[in-house]
Design a protein around this ligand. Structure first.
Ligand code: SAM
Length: 285
């Protein structure tokens, strides 16, 4: 079987199975089976597949048709032009999260300390560390996620500090210039309506946040207030339809602004801890 035939047959099978972007997915899976980049196919459409490559490709197609995400099969996902290793321990980074990173870089080019809360694969933290001069700290409650994130930082040669923490509990007060986070924001009540490949394959801790999807913001926003220096920036990714409710949770902050993504969905909340904010009271033992 040639590369051309493998791609067209694979895409047809995926399409019949109701898989999104069947042609692109077939290319991803075949590239994984052949251990090459997708561009290789365009130069070598008549190349014959070896027996082992056909077997791998067939297994990958079968797994995708069974609902396993393509990124879990290939164990990789691109984010901000770099390849991140992913697996069932972490959320697969989504393209819309690039807006969060882009905005932080634009608004705070000189930030000295940035904390990524709920780092998952490390996509946000690693990108910020590579695209700025800031010292980036990344926290997550999941030790398994921290392992994946640390491996991504090592592979991409990014200097990031990692800590296990329940949101920002492990971070010192008023020490941070920017808190950035893409927290879990799906309502438990929406669990049944989620795509099975998300619901059954991505970590629940990365997806769900209480009955209304706002529990993580309820914890994270006061934590951010505590750790940010006066004038510090909080940048949060938002779930669909959550902008108003999350902005209300951040009512102590000033300069609140909501940005829409390319699909015109309100996707990012930006706000600032007031620059003239009184220092926290000194508490004596
Ligand atoms: C939506 S995922 C985001 C992952 C990654 N930042 C990204 O954008 O692809 C949310 C992350 O928050 C983490 N998380 C959930 N609850 C947490 C908590 N209480 N403290 C710290 N991190 C938490 C999850 O483990 C998960 O990695």
């Amino acid at each position: 079987m040639t590369i051309r035939t493998a791609l067209s047959q694979g895409a047809a099978l995926l399409e019949q199975g109701g898989v999104d972007s069947p042609k692109f997915t077939a290319e991803l899976l075949l590239a994984c089976a052949l251990r090459c980049e997708r561009v290789y196919f365009f130069a070598h459409p008549e190349q014959e597949l070896r027996e082992g490559e056909q077997l791998h490709y067939g297994r990958y197609l079968h797994e995708r048709l069974q609902g396993r995400p393509a990124q879990h099969i290939t164990r990789r996902q691109e984010f901000y032009g770099r390849e991140f290793r992913v697996g069932p321990e972490v959320l697969i980074p989504r393209p819309e999260t690039e807006l969060l990173v882009e905005t932080v870089l634009k608004l705070r080019p000189g930030a000295r300390i940035i904390v990524d809360a709920g780092t998952g694969s490390g996509a946000i933290a690693v990108t910020l560390a590579l695209e700025s001069k800031a010292h980036v700290m990344a926290v997550d409650f999941s030790r398994a996620a921290l392992g994946v994130a640390a491996a991504n930082a090592y592979r991409l040669d990014a200097r990031v500090g990692f800590m296990q923490s329940d949101w920002l509990a492990a971070i010192a007060s008023e020490s941070v210039d920017v808190v950035v986070s893409n927290p879990p924001y799906i309502a438990e009540t929406d669990r049944a309506t989620l795509q099975p490949e998300v619901r059954d394959h991505e970590p629940a801790m990365a997806l769900f946040a209480g009955a209304d999807g706002l529990d993580a913001y309820r914890k994270l926003i006061p934590d951010a207030w505590r750790v940010l220096r006066p004038g510090g920036l909080l940048a949060l990714e938002l779930g669909f339809g959550q902008a108003e409710a999350v902005a209300a949770l951040a009512s102590n902050f000033t300069e609140r602004q909501i940005l829409a993504d390319l699909a015109s969905i309100e996707r990012v909340l930006l706000c600032q801890k007031p620059a003239d904010c009184a220092p926290p009271e000194l508490r004596l033992p």
